[in-house]
Design a protein around this ligand. Structure first.
Ligand code: AP5
Length: 215
């Protein structure tokens, strides 16, 4: 069973690596960022509340995020294992997660992988990121271009650049990561489940290291 938390700065490659893990381990990816972007697109109450935080590169409030995670973890597909991509991002979220897993699923985290990449590389990765608004597949204009140019090679949809992937917003997201989210690593440091992976190299090379950890 794999119940994985992916830690790491914005653009470290958490989403990219999650796609490989889902393919090989029959687990579901739960990305709070994707859930929030969908809520914004659908114009829901949650989306209206979250949009301003996201556009400014700030974290959405803990109560909103914990609320959506509580509902998501109650869904049946979480019972076979999951990847948490983008959650927890604060120590309070990490504490709430421990309680939710115990009470709702009678389970616990099996692995915490901290994918680490220097800020300079992050800027280059995120300004060049493009994604498919239909299937969510992620590309990079240089490192991982779509074979069909500016459309998704899987379904032909025109690729988009995320609103928060502007240089100024990326810098704010990195500052929030260093000030707040990096502290989450400390929550797991004595658990025996924390693994640090240098997120430098090709996605395939990084995945080889991750597979070595997950077994
Ligand atoms: P979220 O969507 O979670 O964004 P993030 O953490 O900033 O992570 P990213 O999706 O940007 O990066 P990634 O690590 O998945 O990298 P990727 O694989 O795409 O959050 C967005 C916002 O939502 C937050 O700012 C916040 O407002 C809110 N939010 C979300 N969760 C929250 C929470 N829990 N609490 C509060 N607020 C929350 O890769 C990036 C690029 O690099 C791609 O182009 C990719 O092709 C390329 N790439 C990947 N690997 C490599 C490699 N090895 N070499 C070269 N290029 C690579």
């Amino acid at each position: 069973m794999v119940n994985l938390i992916f830690l790491g700065p914005p653009g470290a490659g958490k989403g990219t690596q999650s796609a490989y893990i889902m393919r090989d381990y029959n687990v579901v990816q739960i990305s709070t960022g994707d859930m929030l972007r969908k809520a914004v697109k659908d114009g829901t109450e949650l989306g209206k509340l979250a949009k301003q935080f996201m556009d400014e590169g700030k974290l959405v409030t803990d109560d909103l995020i914990i609320g959506i995670m509580k509902d998501r973890l109650a869904e049946d597909d979480c019972k076979n294992g999951f990847i948490l991509d983008g959650f927890p991002r604060t120590v309070a979220q990490a504490e709430a997660l421990g309680v939710m897993l115990k009470d709702q699923l009678q389970t616990d985290i099996t692995h915490v992988i901290s994918l680490e990449v220097a800020d300079e590389a992050i800027l280059e990765r995120l300004t060049g990121r493009r994604s498919c608004p239909s299937c969510g597949k992620v590309y990079h204009v240089v490192y991982n271009p779509s074979k069909t140019g500016d459309t998704c090679e899987a379904d032909g949809t025109a690729l988009i650049q995320r609103d928060d992937d502007k240089e100024e917003t990326i810098k704010k997201r990195l500052a929030v990561y260093h000030d707040t989210t990096a502290l989450v690593k400390g929550t797991y440091k004595d658990s025996g489940k924390l693994f640090v992976v240098e997120g430098v190299g090709t996605p395939d090379e990084i995945y080889t290291q991750i597979k070595g950890i997950l077994g």
